[in-house]
Design a protein around this ligand. Structure first.
Ligand SMILES: NC(=O)c1ccc[n+]([C@@H]2O[C@H](COP(=O)([O-])OP(=O)(O)OC[C@H]3O[C@@H](n4cnc5c(N)ncnc54)[C@H](OP(=O)(O)O)[C@@H]3O)[C@@H](O)[C@H]2O)c1
Length: 321
């Protein structure tokens, strides 16, 4: 089968489009014919070697990147009862060795959910990692409640565009922080208030929020803290090193909470996201699509950090992805 592989850490230039052996599903696994895969910032971090303590110290243990997949079940391994050949599925393989930048992947059935029929493979591939991050950041780390004032910093990217919609689905009043060119997008996906970060610094304007969900980490801990209400919660998925020490200390000494977060894929949350998709509570924002052979180009674009929603790798075997 065709795949995009990397045998050494580096920039997207080290990716190679080549032939590799088609996988066979083991017990508990499903062989998925991939129709679309999303590019995530995580693919760029892994490719760079930044996470080599878990992906292989000297060279990559698993040569195929790509976590977010949408496709069709082609075969099922022993003990798989949840899916059948022909089912349309989607999933997040970040905890299972990835493998999405390829024609096929053998994935644990527990990492997949049925794809909502009304959405395209490209739309559904946009969902898993970034929507799970937004969901778990707002619900589990942020304890989001209806009626709260919630600010999403970096609201136009992969995580942020889902965070705006999920916060609205929870009944919050949402302020989106974006650059000038993205104002129309966040208006369309439901933001109640919009701050153009090129014109206004939300940490300096005197407004306070019950919950700030950050995807950029572009302000100091004290600046983010200033924009919280006295009992407010700040959650960042973009990682603020200072919070490793300051976060627990601030939580012990005051009522505000300041947290880093790491999303963890699980089937129950994938199914919940599928339900939100079916109910049109979340609509994936797809910036652009590339063919598998142009994966390195797609990664270079995502690496720039200004995508509008998600960038997708598609297969056009059946006419449309
Ligand atoms: N912790 C986890 O589990 C987890 C999971 C997924 C992702 N992440 C991390 O979360 C971060 C965001 O991921 P993503 O997929 O959403 O990235 P992305 O799709 O590249 O989006 C980044 C967004 O940040 C915006 N931005 C850049 N500078 C900004 C600023 N000064 N103020 C406000 N917005 C700004 C960009 O919008 P403009 O073009 O308007 O600047 C862009 O929309 C990355 O660091 C990623 O590694 C963490």
């Amino acid at each position: 089968m065709k795949a995009i592989i990397y045998t050494t850490y580096g920039s997207p230039d080290v990716l190679q489009f080549t032939d590799v052996e088609k996988p066979t599903p083991k017990a508990g696994e499903v062989l998925v014919k991939i129709m679309a895969t999303a590019v995530n910032q995580a693919d760029i971090h892994v490719l760079s070697g930044m996470l080599r303590y878990s992906t292989g110290v000297f060279k990559p243990k698993q040569p195929i990147l790509g976590s977010d997949i949408a496709g069709i079940v082609e075969a099922v391994g022993e003990n798989v009862t949840q899916f059948q050949v022909g089912d349309e599925v989607f999933g997040d393989l970040s905890g299972h060795g990835r493998g999405g930048f390829a024609e096929y992947v053998a994935a644990p059935a527990s990492a997949l959910a049925l794809k909502p029929a009304a959405l395209s493979f490209a739309q559904v591939a946009a969902v898993p990692m970034t929507a799970l991050t937004a969901l778990q950041g707002l619900r589990d780390r942020g304890n989001i409640q209806a009626g709260q004032q919630v600010l999403i910093n970096g609201a136009s990217g992969g995580v942020g565009s889902f965070a705006v919609q999920i916060a609205k689905a929870y009944g919050a009043e949402v302020t989106a922080v974006v650059s000038t060119g993205k104002i129309e997008l966040v208006r369309t996906i439901g933001a109640d208030h919009i701050i153009d970060y090129t014109q206004e610094n939300f940490t300096q304007n005197g407004q306070c929020y019950d919950l700030i969900f950050d995807t950029v980490a572009n302000h100091s801990v004290s600046d983010f803290k200033r924009a919280l209400t006295p009992n407010g919660i700040f959650v960042t998925c973009a990682f603020l090193p200072a919070l490793l020490i300051l976060g627990p200390w601030l939580s012990m000494t005051g009522n505000q909470k300041m947290k880093n977060m790491l999303a963890k894929a699980n089937q129950a949350d994938l199914i919940l996201l599928a339900d939100l998709l079916k109910a049109n509570k979340i609509i994936p924002v797809v910036d652009r699509c590339y063919p598998l052979s142009e994966t390195s180009k797609a990664l270079r674009y995502v690496k720039e950090g200004h995508a509008q929603g998600k960038v997708i790798i598609i297969w056009k075997r059946f006419g449309s992805a």
